[in-house]
Design a protein around this ligand. Sequence first.
Ligand SMILES: C[S@@+](CC[C@H](N)C(=O)[O-])C[C@H]1O[C@@H](n2cnc3c(N)ncnc32)[C@H](O)[C@@H]1O
Length: 184
Amino acid sequence: MSKSSFIKQFFKEKKMVGSLAPSSRFLAAKMLNHVPINEAKIVVELGPGTGVFTKKILEKMGDNTQLIVIELNDDFYNALDKKLKHPNLHLKHDSADQIGNFIHELGFEKADLIISSLPLANFPAELRNRLLLTARKFLSDQGKFVQFQYSLQSRKALKKVFHSVKLNFTALNLPPAFVYTCSK
Ligand SMILES: C[S@@+](CC[C@H](N)C(=O)[O-])C[C@H]1O[C@@H](n2cnc3c(N)ncnc32)[C@H](O)[C@@H]1O
């Protein structure tokens, strides 16, 4: 899907998409370079959009890594379904709160890594907290939950749910973005 289609989705479903442009490769690096994707058995990506992070995760995955990708938006999902082919990719057209069902379908209990682009700051507090608690529930004890945001607004909510919340930042994205790496 092109940049202009991304913008179309933004205007169609502003709160769900949450940004005007796909993330930069610099943000992708900040989200993905510090976590052991190649060693993970189960990686889950929430809100792939046009697949900027998905493509990088597929490149970094080990032979035994399974990647579950959950996208709610119809057009993003359909475009990804056409574009991405990989034997260990499980693309799901659903909401992020269904994460547990998709992990169980593969015969696992928890994910080692959850990479989230969900626009948390746009969600009502109840939905944001429910999604974060669900992600925590299905994250392994040593697992990492990585989330980017354009503001520090959701920091408090993340700290309520996760024991450790580490903050990083890149100015090389439109808009500049904060990256949270959280553990249980
Ligand atoms: C800010 S965009 C990020 C897209 C892409 N990962 C990137 O960084 O360019 C947020 C994405 O989350 C998706 N999304 C929003 N709510 C969702 C939900 N409840 N479950 C799954 N995906 C959701 C949107 O459709 C959109 O693709």
